[in-house]
Design a protein around this ligand. Structure first.
Ligand SMILES: Nc1ncnc2c1ncn2[C@@H]1O[C@H](COP(=O)(O)OP(=O)(O)OP(=O)(O)O)[C@@H](O)[C@H]1O
Ligand SMILES: [Mg+2]
Length: 391
């Protein structure tokens, strides 16, 4: 809820308007109009899509915002977080929970619906540590029972669509978890079931690294061709400009466009790092003041100092060639392919095949990620730390 303007005028009571760490919604959410439009088309046409990105690029925030915008009279939207799931049984209960919660906001009604659709899973309502009602399942199946349970649970979205006459959308977040279930049974069943369902859309969210490397590049994986692929990238500076400017202005501070551009250049428009740097710059700026380029530099220095020890430790573990390669990525942006002779020569890497080995090992360690045909240093503050180093 927005605070009345008079409160903003009282020093000390103004909250930092830049949020990072958790999903963002409402006024803390910037743009994504094009991506939202795409997802709404998926929902409306009951299609299937994989949404993937580098870490913390804003997938979950984006999809939750799209789900929130849907008219409850016409849609049933279930969000299922698979992060904590590690096998078929936990996939089943996470799915049943997400679907039950999507159908009503009333606790007793949720239990009633859970009992109707997921009777075999023995749904219960208990109180959490803070006394809020929580839906759970007393379900400890054998492998054989889990198979049966899985089929039943995955058939429910279609039943709901039929019974309610509404369109259903099912979102599975942290989809890469299913790669760790031991076998590909969930994936195979998902594939065969979702292809038959009508009026049900499926949106799978996952880390770029895992989905790209293990699901998409391996055409034998069951879900490979069952859905469209939709990469989510950084937010364009054109959208950050009004967003960041307004955040400063409505909290009694100022910032000019060239300074915002500078921030976005440093963070490469990555949503998490942009919010993180803006948060720090805002926090250090006195009320009523305007951000100078020096304020951005000193804000960045705070972030660099915070991680200095971790970055030095990481750097120490890298080989000379890995360091050279990273320096190349940190300075070259996307102009020069890391596999080109130009790059290899400029950064003393020996040969393009050596570059392939180096990028493979850095990908494995999550230091870099793929960026189309290029690579990118995942931690944008680490990238800036490398740029400042002399050796
Ligand atoms: N549209 C947006 N506008 C402003 N900030 C955003 C937006 N999307 C994401 N962010 C910033 O990025 C952070 C990460 O967002 P989110 O958790 O949605 O990303 P994610 O891709 O789901 O991350 P993960 O890889 O951890 O699943 C948020 O805490 C917020 O600071
Ligand atoms: Mg997420």
């Amino acid at each position: 809820m927005a605070l009345p303007m008079t409160v903003f005028a009282v020093e000390g009571l103004v909250n930092n308007p830049f949020e990072y760490g958790a999903t963002v919604s409402g006024a803390a959410f910037c743009n994504r109009a094009e991506e939202s439009g795409y997802l709404l088309r998926i929902v409306d046409n009951s299609l299937r899509t994989f949404v993937y990105s580098e870490r913390m690029m804003g997938k979950t925030s984006l999809v939750l915002r799209v789900l929130e915008s849907l008219d409850r009279e016409k849609y049933v939207a279930a969000y299922i977080d698979l992060w904590a799931s590690d096998d078929e049984a936990s996939f089943i209960t996470a799915t049943a929970k997400g679907i039950s919660l999507a159908m009503s906001s009333d606790v007793s009604r949720v239990l009633e619906l859970a009992k109707k659709f997921f009777a075999r899973l023995a749904p219960t309502i208990s109180l959490d540590d803070e006394g809020r009602p929580k839906l759970g399942f007393e379900y400890n199946p054998t492998a054989e029972q889990a198979r049966k349970g899985l089929e039943e649970v995955l058939a429910v979205p279609q039943r709901i669509a039929k019974e309610t006459g509404k369109k259903v959308v099912i979102v599975f977040d942290e989809m890469q978890r299913i790669l760790e279930y031991g076998d590909d049974h969930v994936e195979r069943l998902l594939r065969s079931i979702i292809q038959m369902q009508k009026n049900v859309a499926y949106i799978f969210l996952g880390s770029q690294k895992h989905l790209l490397q293990e699901m998409f590049l391996n055409r034998k994986r069951p879900l490979y061709s069952a859905a469209n692929h939709f990469p989510v990238g950084p937010i364009d500076v054109a959208h950050w400009l009004p967003f960041i400017r307004a955040k400063f202005e409505t909290t009694g501070k100022k910032i000019d466009d060239p300074v915002i551009r500078r921030i976005c250049e440093l963070t490469q428009g990555h949503p998490f790092y942009t919010q993180y740097l803006c948060h720090t710059v805002w926090e250090r700026l006195a009320p009523g003041k305007k951000v100078t380029p020096g304020d951005v530099a000193s804000g960045l220095q705070v972030l660099l100092d915070r991680e200095a020890k971790a970055y030095s430790t990481l750097w120490e573990t890298l080989t000379v060639n890995q360091r050279r390669f990273l320096r190349g990525l940190a300075f070259e942006e996307r102009e020069l392919s890391p596999y080109s002779i130009g790059f290899v020569t400029k950064y003393g890497l020996g040969s393009p095949s050596a570059t392939q080995r180096i990028s493979g090992s850095l990908l494995k360690r999550d230091v870099i990620d793929r960026d189309g045909r290029f690579f990118i240093i995942s931690d944008r503050v680490f990238r800036l730390w490398i740029r400042k180093r002399k050796d």
